[in-house]
Design a protein around this ligand. Structure first.
Ligand code: CP
Length: 314
């Protein structure tokens, strides 16, 4: 399989339908690589990937690091208290510094919405958004779509209920954009204070109760209650939230019998999702984590390999 270059991926808007499907198809091949005894191909040998994570992350940061290493790239991680931003360096100067080191790809996670686009305008490297504030998390949406396609065999025609703190969720925003592009129906469910203001532009139907959103759904995606981004006025108490919006077995029974349960993580167990659902037979939460490495390998391949280069996974 050869590729079309992906210059940047800071938003799902950087993808058209054909490119999104190309990433998913390529991730299928890379998933096979990640399951081999020797999980490595030389596809990005000589390329440099810098993971610049200025906000906490377990899944995204680790999977981008593994993805780069499994493709044979040189991978460097910076960010947080170990980087010079903690000494007052501006993001502009940090980016100029990374650019001077000839990074091929900069993966960025930042608390500020728009940080990935800010960096994109100031570097020659390809920039991949690993989650910026309340804006977007495009590789999460790709890995979610990939997980759905592997579990249910298709994306087109699926009904996907995305439930919880939608307003503050970059995951919900990117998923709504990508799933609409790929022909799925998206429903948002949550308290009115946590539903997005720009719901029409995201192409989603909104429900202020979870039950009607779950009825007949193929996919139930629960979102984390983001206590760090919530004003107390938006939500009475976590206990009340769990009572009216938490996913339990009784509510899950409203979805299709073969519906899958997803969560981007990290989970607040007992708040947005009960243990028996998170760990139950319909949960694909750890499949999402596995998918993350393969999908991020595909994204790095499209951003950093030479035009016409094969994926090297045969
Ligand atoms: N889903 C996700 O972005 O998880 P992390 O914050 O652990 O990267």
């Amino acid at each position: 399989m050869t590729h079309t270059r992906l210059r940047h991926l800071t938003s799902v808007h950087d993808l058209d339908r054909a490119m999104a499907l190309r990433v998913l198809d390529t991730a299928d091949a890379f998933l096979e690589v990640t399951r081999r005894p020797v999980r490595k191909v030389p596809t990005l040998r000589g390329k440099t990937v810098i993971n610049a994570f200025f906000e906490a992350s377990t899944r995204t940061r680790t999977s981008f690091e593994l993805a780069g290493k499994r493709l044979g790239a040189d991978v460097v991680n910076i960010g947080g208290s170990a980087s010079s931003t903690s000494k007052g360096e501006t993001l502009k100067d940090t980016v100029a510094t990374l650019d001077a080191m000839h990074a091929d790809v900069i993966v960025v996670r930042h608390v500020a919405s728009g940080a990935a686009d800010y960096i994109k305008a100031r570097t020659r490297a390809s920039v991949v958004n690993g989650g910026d504030g309340m804006h977007e998390h495009p590789t999460q949406a790709l890995l979610d779509a990939f997980t759905m396609r592997r579990a249910l065999g298709r994306i087109e025609g699926l009904t996907v209920a995305i439930c919880g703190d939608v307003q503050h969720s970059r995951v919900a925003r990117s998923n709504a954009l990508l799933l609409s592009l790929l022909g799925a129906e998206v429903r948002f469910a949550g308290p009115r204070t946590l539903l997005p203001h720009d719901r029409e532009s995201l192409g989603a139907k909104c429900f202020d109760r979870i039950e009607p959103a779950l009825e007949g759904a193929d996919v139930v995606m629960m979102l984390r209650i983001q206590q760090e981004r919530l004003g107390s006025a938006l939500l009475p108490t976590l206990r009340e939230y769990a009572r009216y919006y938490g996913l339990n077995q009784k509510r899950l029974a409203l979805a299709r019998p073969d519906a899958i349960v997803m969560h981007p993580g990290p989970m607040n167990r007992g708040v947005e999702i009960n243990d028996d659902v998170a760990d139950g037979s319909r949960s694909v939460i750890l499949n999402q984590v596995e998918s993350g490495v393969a999908v991020r390998m595909a994204v790095l391949y499209f951003c950093a390999s030479e035009p016409g280069q094969a994926i090297g996974a045969d």
